[in-house]
Design a binder for this molecule. Structure first.
Ligand SMILES: Nc1ncnc2c1ncn2[C@@H]1O[C@H](COP(=O)(O)OP(=O)(O)OP(=O)(O)O)[C@@H](O)[C@H]1O
Ligand SMILES: O=C(O)c1ccc[n+]([C@@H]2O[C@H](COP(=O)([O-])O)[C@@H](O)[C@H]2O)c1
Length: 215
């Protein structure tokens, strides 16, 4: 019998935007995990601190996923007040969900520097990687080529055959947007340009709490 799946989309979500949601929904539809959990990191290990608090980032994720059954918030990293490392989080998730197959979801820009992540080999021992295409990061960029050579490019069916260690390169339509672009727009003289890139509830929350404002 095939195992139930749990997909995890890790991120800073500063703020969560429409490409995150599109990616999560694409994975949900294609791979039918029991849930796609959006897991905000507490302190990213690899970049400067987020613009807003973990509480605000989590609240925005909750609002963005509210209309989508099957998408949920995973607070494991937020609950631990320390830098977040994916290998450690997946280790904990494997204990919490011993019956499940874990799928770690990322954008192709993340795969491009995956070999610099802490214990990246153990991530592939604990989960499959599901890679959502992002403009500017193709199969030959950064670490992608070497990883796809070493681990192969899996099909959705192949994910069922092995418990972990496969890389699935999705055929999603790439979406050219980022949280940094949104933060910049929100601080620009035309903050309304950020509106189409965000779920409307998230935009309302940002306005209500006066987040990402120009200093
Ligand atoms: N437009 C996108 N297409 C595909 N994947 C994306 C896109 N935006 C973000 N992701 C992926 O979602 C995950 C979380 O991303 P993150 O929260 O850092 O958002 P971001 O838009 O990349 O933020 P920033 O611009 O601040 O770096 C990462 O794996 C990232 O690659
Ligand atoms: O564990 C690591 O070494 C590591 C290094 C870089 C990124 N990550 C994770 O990758 C996810 C996306 O990161 P980011 O910066 O695009 O938000 C997020 O869950 C991070 O915790 C993890």
């Amino acid at each position: 019998m095939t195992k139930p799946r749990l997909a995890i989309l890790g991120g800073t979500f500063d703020p969560v935007h429409k490409a995150h949601l599109a990616c999560a929904l694409y994975v949900q539809q294609l791979l039918q995990p029991e849930q796609v959990q959006l897991m905000p990191c507490h302190l990213p290990a690899h970049r400067s601190s987020p613009g807003v608090s973990p509480e605000h980032r989590a609240a925005m994720v909750k609002l963005a996923i509210a209309p989508h059954p099957g998408l949920s918030l995973q607070t494991l990293e937020l609950d631990q007040h320390r830098p977040s490392y994916t290998a450690d989080s997946l280790q904990q998730l494997a204990l919490l969900y011993p019956q499940h197959q874990l799928l770690f979801v990322m954008g192709s820009d993340s795969l491009a520097y995956f070999k610099s992540w802490k214990k990246w080999q153990s991530i592939l021992e604990l989960s499959h990687l599901v890679v959502c295409q992002r403009p500017g990061s193709g199969r030959t960029d950064g670490d992608c080529a070497a990883l796809l050579d070493q681990f192969g490019v899996a099909t959705p069916k192949q994910l069922a055959v092995q418990q972990s260690g496969a890389i699935l390169w999705l055929d999603n339509a790439p979406m050219d947007l980022s949280a940094s672009q949104i933060r910049q727009l929100l601080q620009s003289p035309q903050p309304e340009l950020a509106a189409p890139l965000l779920d409307s509830r998230v935009l309302d929350y940002i306005r209500q709490h006066q987040l990402y404002q120009a200093m």
